[in-house]
Design a protein around this ligand. Structure first.
Ligand code: BG6
Ligand code: MG
Length: 214
């Protein structure tokens, strides 16, 4: 870990949790379309882009067929539901552990960035007062290819002017760990991804980052 200068954090499931809001918003849409959709199904959407998530949901019921234009319209509908839930978020949705660890890492001189597939990243960071904790933000609006493609992490490294070889990624999704591996960055498996064989390092508690990075 000695050569690491930059830490790139996934957002959903790492810095905070929006899983349940994603579930509620997709569930509203699925109910309207008559598709059975459970919290277990929702887990398959972790780290995956909005349109790819929709494809996974549509694959649950082959009887529901939508044109490309209809897919864009229903994904927008889901996002409107999702944004309503996001509006209820406040700074208290980020734990003290996360805030203190980020502050400590920054004080030690590490460059911190966010690398998320979500196009709502900036809105969520603003709502939770996290924006100023980072030197750069790369999100779903900056990329063509979503995780497991490495694009979002390579963008984050580019934004902070660091080579991929000196960056580590903290991820809760298999797709995100795959992306970190493809970017040739150190892949740190956390939360839902804890124990994944795609991780170079296993992170049990967020605050352990402070011990990992001296
Ligand atoms: C990721 C989530 O962070 O963002 C996925 O883990 C989600 O579940 C993806 O589909 C895209 O989010 P958004 O906010 O652009 O719809
Ligand atoms: Mg995540």
């Amino acid at each position: 870990m000695k050569n690491i200068k930059g830490l790139i954090f996934d957002l959903d499931g790492v810095l905070l949790s929006t899983d349940h809001f994603h579930y509620l918003a997709w569930k509203k849409l699925a109910d309207r379309l008559g598709i059975e959709f459970t919290e277990k199904d929702n887990e398959r959407l972790r780290g995956v882009s909005r349109m790819e998530s929709l494809e996974i949901i549509l694959s649950l019921d082959p009887l529901v067929k939508l044109s490309e234009d209809e897919k864009v319209a229903v994904a927008t509908e889901k996002n409107e539901h999702y944004r309503e839930y996001l509006k209820t978020m406040t700074p208290t949705d980020v734990s003290d552990e996360v805030r203190e660890t980020l502050a400590s890492l920054r004080k030690k001189g590490y460059t911190l960035a966010v690398g998320s597939s979500s196009k709502n990243t900036r809105f969520i960071l603003e709502r939770t007062a996290l924006t100023d904790c980072f030197d750069a933000i790369a999100d779903g609006n900056d990329i063509k290819n979503s995780k497991p493609d490495p694009e979002v992490f390579l963008k984050a490294a580019e934004f902070v002017g660091l080579d991929a070889s000196v960056c580590a990624v903290i991820e809760d999704a298999e797709a995100g760990l795959e992306a970190a591996n493809a970017a040739k960055m150190v892949a740190i498996a956390y939360a839902s991804a804890y124990g994944s064989k795609l991780g170079d390092v296993q992170l049990e508690k967020f605050s352990d980052l402070d011990r990992l990075f001296k």
